[in-house]
Design a protein around this ligand. Sequence first.
Ligand code: S3P
Length: 170
Amino acid sequence: EPGHPVSPLIVLVGPMGVGKSTVGHLLAERLGVAYRDTDDDIVAAEGRTIADIFVDEGEPAFRAIEKRAVRTALTEHDGVLALGGGAILDPDTRELLTGQRVVYLSMQVEEAVRRTGLGVARPLLAVNPRKQWRELMEARRHLYEEAATAVVPTDGRTPEEVTEAALDAL
Ligand code: S3P
């Protein structure tokens, strides 16, 4: 509508599989702004998948690449910006998020297990997804919460419902 102020940057954080990309696209569409995702930026810049970067160079190298990608995206973008689930682990990234509008899409461990599955059918070879999820959530939950200006639980909600809740929370 005329005179409606341009939406400032909205940053989406939260664990992998929570729906940052799906909800981010819906949110951007509803607000009439562009969607951007630092994982996509990294894949485009590196010409290989995130999984390949992890395998080839290890997590610390990926985090260094990610941190630069987040800094660039934060300065260039003014729509909806989704960060990779682990971006919040970097102290410089957390500092950059201070003063930004940060929406944390949260989910409980059981929801995460339900959404991402229990892994391969050979339990002795597979990691324990529930234990992995519990540890990951315990390590990161407070970082997401501290960075967030709004928390939107996604448990048992469709992407459309989460998008509505996020719009209400803005
Ligand atoms: C990661 C989340 C992924 C991706 C990488 C590591 C994490 O992003 O950056 O696999 O540490 O949680 P999404 O949250 O977009 O899946």
